[in-house]
Every structure is written in structure tokens, then in C-alpha cells.
Design a binder for this molecule. Structure first.
Ligand SMILES: O=P(O)(O)OC[C@H]1O[C@@H](O)[C@H](O)[C@@H](O)[C@@H]1O
Length: 286
């Protein structure tokens, strides 16, 4: 497929194709492995997505940072812990189906189809389509199409790593007065009374798909995360000890990022009938 002038294909390492976007509205990088948006920097701003300097770029491995696509399960597999964390979509090579540019930005569409390798992990026939629009805003949508003869359920997340100047000064707005599943330690249902601030590990599944605003005084900016087709918002920061345990993340990296994820997890898993489809979307803007 021919690429528009603002997209170039190169190999970050041999055998690891990435698309680099240089457009009037933004610069960006997207890996074919996982259809993974690694970087997005709107013109005139510093990077919005956090990408770990120790991220491992290897076919079949997830990338620490950017937007991993977690699908068709979220976190550990519900009944088989030997299966990959957060599903297999982020570990598979996707196929680029469309790439175009306009004054507003660049659009890229990727597809992942069921095959012998996915059948070993998940028995269903499917197509997953990831559409990425990179411009002054970042718009990512994941469509699940059920090509099986029976219904299936998917849990999913657009696991967005947002760069922040200093996590201790960040406030996340938009989730006050909601219920969440706290997954640090024993899984416990809790009520969120005010806005979210950070002074310890946070790993929460909010029962809300509403718009979230991340206020970041250290970088002097506010990030807005809009979501559609999402019944869960995951908020995650590993804090000190978990950062040390994650081999592809510097020990002190937790100061500099926060994950706000459009998701469908827990009771919000999505059942897709045969021939049916479901779309989850996140739109990030400054
Ligand atoms: O290290 P992974 O597999 O990319 O997962 C990172 C984190 O992803 C978050 O979404 C989960 O809520 C956390 O529990 C998890 O640790």
C-alpha cells in the first residue's frame, strides 16, 4: 500500500516495522506490533503519551507506554493465568488496511483477524479493527466484529499512558461520586468522594465511562480524555515498589505518567452476538 507523504515506514529494529508521522498538526509513531500508538505530540506541545525509555521493542511483546490495546480480556485471563496478561491483541502483528492524510491530520486503520495462533488462546472467529486519527487531537477506536456462529464476550482497554510533570501534583477530575473496584491488595468496592490525587499505588476500575480531565500543574496543562462505548475507566499508577518490579520501566518513572484507560472490564464486559459489532473509543486532547 502506498503511504501519504506525512507517513514513513521504517524498522525501529530489524523486523519491527513502525510508522512515523510528520504532519503540520502533530508528530507520532505507531508500531505494527499491537497496532500500538507509541508517541503522539501535537504541534507546539511536549509529548502527551508516555513511552518508557526502557520499553522493549520485540515482536510478540507488549510495549511499555503509548496505547497498548488490551483485548479480548483485561488483566489476567479469568480462568487461565498462563495466558498473556491483557489478552493477545497487543502482542500480535496487525495489518495496515488504510493510511490517508488531510489538513486535519493522518488516519490509519489496522486489522487483526482470528487465525490458528489466536485460536490457541481464544476459540472464536473475529475481526478487530483499530482506527487511529492523529492530529491536534488523538482519536483511537477499536471495533470488535463477531465472525463466529455464537456470541462471545470481550473485556478490553485502550491502555493510555499519559505523560505528567509530577504525579504528586496531578488531579484527575470527572470520576467523583462514582464506585470503583480497588485492585490494589484485596479487591474491594469503594466510593470515590472527591477528585483523584496520588500519594500511593493506584489501580482502580471506575464504573464510569464519562469524560476525565487530568490537571497537571507541573507541565501547566490539562488533558481531556473522552470515551465512547466504555463502561469502565481504569486509572493506574504503579508508584514506587511496582515500578521497581516492572523490568521495562525506570524505577523513578512513576512520577512522570498516569494511565487513564477507556475500558470495558468486570461487569462491563461486552457481549457481541454473531455478526454483531462493538466499538470502544478514546479521544485525547489538550
Ligand atoms: O504490565 P502490564 O501487563 O502492561 O499491566 C500494567 C497494568 O495495567 C493496568 O491496566 C492494570 O490495572 C494493572 O493491574 C497492571 O499492572
Amino acid at each position: 500500500m502506498s503511504l501519504p507523504a506525512s507517513i514513513t515506514l521504517s524498522e525501529a529494529i530489524p523486523g519491527y516495522p513502525t510508522f512515523t508521522v510528520n504532519h503540520a498538526t502533530c508528530t507520532a509513531r505507531v508500531a505494527l506490533n499491537g497496532a500500538h500508538v507509541m508517541e503522539w505530540t501535537p504541534t507546539g506541545h511536549s509529548p502527551v503519551l508516555y513511552l518508557s525509555p526502557e520499553a522493549v521493542l520485540e515482536p510478540g511483546k507488549p510495549i511499555r507506554g503509548g496505547i497498548p490495546v488490551c483485548w479480548p480480556w483485561f488483566n489476567a485471563h479469568p480462568s487461565d493465568a498462563s495466558k498473556p496478561m491483557h489478552g493477545f491483541a497487543r502482542n500480535r502483528p496487525w495489518t495496515l488496511m488504510e493510511a490517508s492524510e488531510s489538513e486535519e491530520g493522518v488516519k490509519m486503520s489496522f486489522v487483526l483477524c482470528s487465525d490458528a495462533a489466536t485460536h490457541e488462546l481464544w476459540p472464536f472467529e473475529f475481526e478487530a479493527h483499530l482506527t487511529v486519527i492523529l492530529g491536534a487531537k488523538l482519536d483511537v477506536s477499536l471495533q470488535t466484529i463477531n465472525k463466529s456462529g455464537s456470541e462471545f464476550s470481550v473485556a478490553e482497554a485502550l491502555h493510555t499512558y499519559l505523560t505528567v510533570g509530577d504525579i504528586a501534583q496531578v488531579t484527575v477530575k470527572g470520576l467523583a461520586e462514582t464506585t470503583y473496584l480497588d485492585t490494589v491488595g484485596e479487591r474491594t468496592l469503594r466510593h470515590q468522594t472527591g477528585d483523584i490525587t496520588f500519594d500511593q499505588e493506584v489501580d482502580r476500575q471506575y464504573f464510569s465511562g464519562g469524560t476525565v480531565v487530568v490537571e497537571d500543574p507541573a507541565l501547566g496543562r490539562k488533558l481531556t480524555v473522552e470515551k465512547n462505548g466504555s463502561g469502565t475507566t481504569v486509572v493506574w499508577n504503579p508508584w514506587i515498589e511496582k515500578s521497581k518490579r516492572l523490568g521495562d520501566l525506570p524505577d523513578e518513572a512513576y512520577h512522570q505518567f498516569l494511565c487513564v484507560e477507556a475500558a470495558n472490564a468486570g461487569e462491563a464486559v461486552v457481549t457481541v452476538p454473531p455478526g454483531g459489532a462493538h466499538v470502544i473509543q478514546t479521544i485525547i486532547s489538550l
